[in-house]
Design a binder for this molecule. Sequence first.
Ligand code: UDX
Ligand code: UDX
Ligand code: ADP
Length: 466
Amino acid sequence: MKIKTICCIGAGYVGGPTMAVIAQQCSHIKVTVVDLNASRIAAWNDADLNKLPVFEPGLDKVVGEARGRNLFFSTDVDQAIDEADMIFISVNTPTKTYGKGKGMAADLKYIELCARQIASVSKSNKIVVEKSTLPVRTASAIKNILDHTGNGVEFQILSNPEFLAEGTAIEDLLSPDRVLIGGDTSDKGQEAIQALVDVYANWVPKERILTTNVWSSELSKLTANAFLAQRVSSINSISALCEKTGADVNEVAKAIGLDSRIGSKFLKSSVGFGGSCFQKDILNLVYIAKTYGLNEVADYWEQVIIMNDYQKNRFSNNIVSTLYNTVSGKKITFLGWAFKKDTNDTRESAAIQVADNLLNEQAHIEVYDPKVSEERMYADLDYLNTRTEAENRALLKVLKDPYQACKESHAIAVLTEWDEFKTYDWQRIYNNMLKPAFVFDGRGILDTKALEKIGFVCYSIGKGSK
Ligand code: UDX
Ligand code: UDX
Ligand code: ADP
């Protein structure tokens, strides 16, 4: 079967960039991305490519090339489903905030709604592809819904987890380490797998396209994210020990990373990992393990999250204790709010927790982030429900100029590793701050030696005191 029409339900951080690249690489396939959120679709269709709802380096160029040719963004979900040979489900699967599995399990209501809509609209056979990260065995739930339409339409369900990282999405999509496709072991299942392999084979070398059964594919996605997050928590746990002993976490990371069995990537100690995937996927893994009575397995992985929470709290506690045990009424400047550089995404960003902790200590925070909007920051804080919306707006201000944000501040905290922070005129910043002028580098990106020469008092994650 040769795929001519693709529909993707969900125009978010995953669906948007992934479909843009498929369309760019496969000009013979018509790709339509649909979403219920009309303003999001309008932004994807904006003539000004700087206004796309997702900021990703290189995305504007890819969208500019394919949009209107064979890439379309629309709110007409039914029509796109009806036309498609292959439907990707790329909707959000947040952690449940209610009922059974609250705070742990993935909320599959958006996925189920999609499945029901596909079932009710489809008049011809379709291949349905899970793109969202899902608990193992979700495919069989989707299949159950789809197999009961009673109108003779046949569905094949594939699992095709996305491994792109935000900030490098386009690069990751154009040359992935691997593409993983899981499907049914029956002949029809294998045919469906082949159809999707043929789509990727337009630009991905064949040896990097891996096929497995559905469950291995689903579980691999959760496992990959759990392992990555575990590396960050592991090095962060060591950062705390470095600070006590006088070791330097960067030196330790380098020394262990040179062991080819360990490898050098993902060993950057930080104020804590964020992003929409790591925490959610681990909680998911923990929940699944508990469901099967595997309590030791659940406890093992839960520790990765516990260490991450510890790291975020350790950072804010350190700010308070360094500033003579009180930040009440003091101005603290945040450089960065996004969960990592080169993205406007803030989901689970360490900055949110650190801000919340400092606001509880009655600090005044002024934030500068090159890409995150003011509304987004307030929404992140309001979501925690720690204080009223009015209080959040009174205590935290968002500035468009970093120098202004640092003016008359007691301390600067670096929460995101944006490159531009390294190039600032730090002498000018120092001159306008209250003294002693503190810098808390939660990302280890600043040249603390140079800053100390200017007169700053510096703290850098994982560096033992001299
Ligand atoms: C280890 C370190 O590898 C070495 O760098 C250090 O100097 C001493 O400790 P060693 O204990 O000799 O070396 O053997 P190693 O190959 O690391 O295996 C340790 C144990 O882990 C063995 O029981 C091995 O069977 C087990 N193992 C290793 C696994 O179960 N799975 C693996 O993937 C790797
Ligand atoms: C992650 C996975 O990398 C990706 O494969 C999967 O598809 C989705 O989840 P993402 O969350 O976009 O991608 O970004 P990633 O680069 O993995 O960073 C996650 C968090 O870990 C960020 O907050 C980052 O700052 C932090 N991190 C990462 C560290 O603190 N240290 C590191 O060494 C690496
Ligand atoms: P991700 O990071 O997984 O891409 P996002 O939240 O950025 O997650 O994007 C998911 C998108 O899916 C949102 O824009 C949301 O409006 C959309 N969505 C959720 N449910 C449906 C649905 N039933 N039909 C169409 N779009 C949906």
